[in-house]
Design a protein around this ligand. Structure first.
Ligand code: GNR
Ligand code: NI
Length: 174
């Protein structure tokens, strides 16, 4: 397994739509293993392949607490088949928006169909943090970030700060 660099906003790759997978083979599983290591190292509770620059419909999630047994979830070609009318709000973060957090309201429950690590078709009914995380990650596959749900003013302010961080970093490297 190897850790890969995470792409930070603003970057046009994060706005592209990811493509479905045709089959699940060992190369794909190697990529999923790299995604999981990258997520654990970050650390984060979810990661979409686009965040390491790969436009494929792949997600890894693990919402287990630090003192709990790891519980990785691999989602290939996920499709949300149901979103509840009820909503709930969580303070969201994103590894592609380091240092920025915001309360985001989303359906509190969702149902999902996907292929698992072995390419087997699975269904999942999610609530709470898992439902929020799944929706955040599926958004990534469609080029959507959580800041897209904020006012234009708040969103522009966050993008401006991230841009400045990138510029300042360039100066240090050059
Ligand atoms: O690590 C993460 N935490 C998080 C918290 C609330 C809602 C969603 C998330 S996902 C995020 C990691 C990430 O950027 N995934 O794309
Ligand atoms: Ni994210």
């Amino acid at each position: 397994m190897s850790k890969r660099p995470i792409i930070i906003e603003p970057d046009p790759i994060l706005r592209k739509k990811s493509q479905s997978l045709e089959n699940v083979d060992n190369d794909l599983r190697k990529l999923l293993d790299d995604m999981l290591e990258t997520m654990y190292e970050a650390p984060g509770i979810g990661l979409a392949a686009v965040q390491i620059g790969i436009l494929k419909r792949l997600i890894v999630i693990d919402i287990s607490k630090e003192d709990q047994k790891k519980n990785p979830l691999f989602l290939i070609n996920p499709i949300i088949t149901y979103k509840s009318k009820n909503t709930s709000s969580y303070e969201e973060g994103c590894l592609s928006l380091p240092g920025h957090y915001a309360e985001i309201e989303r359906p509190s429950e969702c149902h999902l169909e996907f292929l698992d690590y072995n390419g087997k078709k699975k269904k999942l009914e999610a609530q709470g943090l898992l439902a929020t995380c799944i929706q955040h990650e599926v958004d990534h596959l469609n080029g959507i970030l959580f800041i897209d749900y904020l006012s234009k003013l708040k969103k522009d302010m966050i993008i401006k700060k991230l841009k400045k961080n990138k510029k300042d970093l360039e100066k240090i490297i050059l």
